[in-house]
Design a protein around this ligand. Structure first.
Ligand code: BT5
Length: 338
């Protein structure tokens, strides 16, 4: 989308505006305004002209202009009907120097989770990667993963889905089978990898969303971050690996454009004040107060998850004292009070 189109969208989002006022604001002729309005109509916007000027009456269901229209966050949107991975595209843009861009796709054909695990991303979901250049040390990058999880939970809750965060990057919807055993979890993971049948039980929560943050930079300064967010929105959970759920399965379809806008607006607001990220995360965390088992590169840590610490490390109270875990796969075994 070119800058003039973007400026026109911003002007129209504020309410009806006359042709001369638009020409003035955009620094183009009235004929050029008319051409731009026609182009918006071609993209699926309903634009009527009345006494008070041009007014938007209809917004397309999804797409770059649709998401940017009325968006209260400082990001440009690049939209694809289909792409390999929005994170890969985000990395390309980052390498070209881009910043404050969000790559959004209807479907992904080669998307990935952590450790290059496969991520299913059929049409109808929210698959988005933010390209950012924050002035932070590399060690603080995980805070952005936490902020993304907070943004997903808030958008999901606004849609009526009772979501919460499992450290570090999963958004879950808790189920009747809260606190499943290790074996069930391992079974699910291996079945997911083999594309096996859907089991009747879940692992103390069905996975609604995941976040994959990638970065480049020196120790003292991040060069760029790509924060990839995947939310199973208007998709059938049956199309996803076992143990997954979707907003459609939980509460029915929701407006994807509005969902993405809320997600981006919350992410922008939370990262604007990085000191608020941890408290926002704690507010929505399912992990704190749970007896957990975390598989780290240095072995297994088991105990009560008692807190999260900058830059997103989990504090686990074990039999041998407190351990601070920076990365790993976490399972909720049971509430710690039991
Ligand atoms: C994650 O990895 O949860 C991070 C997922 C990030 C995906 C986004 S979508 C936009 C952007 N572009 C990308 O290419 N990626 C990002 P992890 O914690 O490693 O979980 C991966 C595991 O979740 C897989 O091994 C499966 O078991 C399971 N899984 C795969 N697809 C799923 C889905 N759609 N919903 C729930 N679980 C899924």
């Amino acid at each position: 989308m070119n800058e003039t189109r973007r400026a026109l969208l911003r002007a129209l989002a504020d309410g009806p505006t006359t042709g001369p006022a638009l020409a003035d604001r955009l620094g183009i002729s009235r004929a050029a305004v008319w051409k731009q309005v026609e182009a918006l109509r071609d993209e699926g916007f309903g634009v009527e002209s009345g006494d008070d000027g041009y007014r938007v009456t209809d917004v397309p269901a999804y797409g770059a202009a649709a998401v940017e229209f009325g968006l209260d966050a400082p990001y440009e949107v690049e939209y694809h009907d289909s792409v390999g991975s929005t994170n890969d595209r985000g990395r390309e843009l980052a390498a070209d120097g881009a910043s404050d861009v969000v790559v959004v796709a209807d479907e992904q054909t080669g998307s990935r989770g952590r450790l290059r695990r496969e991520w299913s991303a059929p049409s109808g979901g929210v698959w988005a990667s933010l390209v950012l250049r924050p002035e932070i040390p590399a060690a603080h990058a995980p805070l952005y993963t936490l902020a993304a999880a907070v943004a997903v939970v808030r958008a999901a809750r606004e849609s009526g889905v009772d979501a919460s965060i499992k450290w570090p990057n999963d958004v879950l919807v808790s189920g009747a089978n809260e606190g499943q055993s290790t074996e069930v979890d391992e079974l699910l993971v291996s079945e997911a990898n083999e594309g096996g049948a859907r089991p009747a039980t879940d692992r103390g929560g069905r996975k609604l969303a995941g976040v994959l943050t990638e970065m480049e930079g020196e120790a003292d300064r991040v060069s760029w971050l790509v924060v990839g967010i995947g939310v199973n929105l208007n998709v059938d959970a049956a199309e996803l690996p076992p143990g997954a759920t979707s907003v459609r399965d939980e509460v029915g379809d929701v407006d994807r454009r509005v969902f993405v806008q809320r997600l981006l607006e919350t992410f922008a607001a939370v990262t604007e004040e990085p000191e608020t990220i941890l408290s926002a995360w704690r507010e929505h965390a399912a992990t704190l107060g749970q007896y957990v088992r975390v598989e780290t590169q240095n072995g297994v840590v088991e105990g009560e998850a008692v807190d999260v610490r900058v830059p997103g490390a989990l504090v686990v109270r074990t039999d041998d004292g407190e351990r601070v875990v920076h990365a790993g796969d976490c399972e909720h075994l049971r509430p710690a009070t039991e």
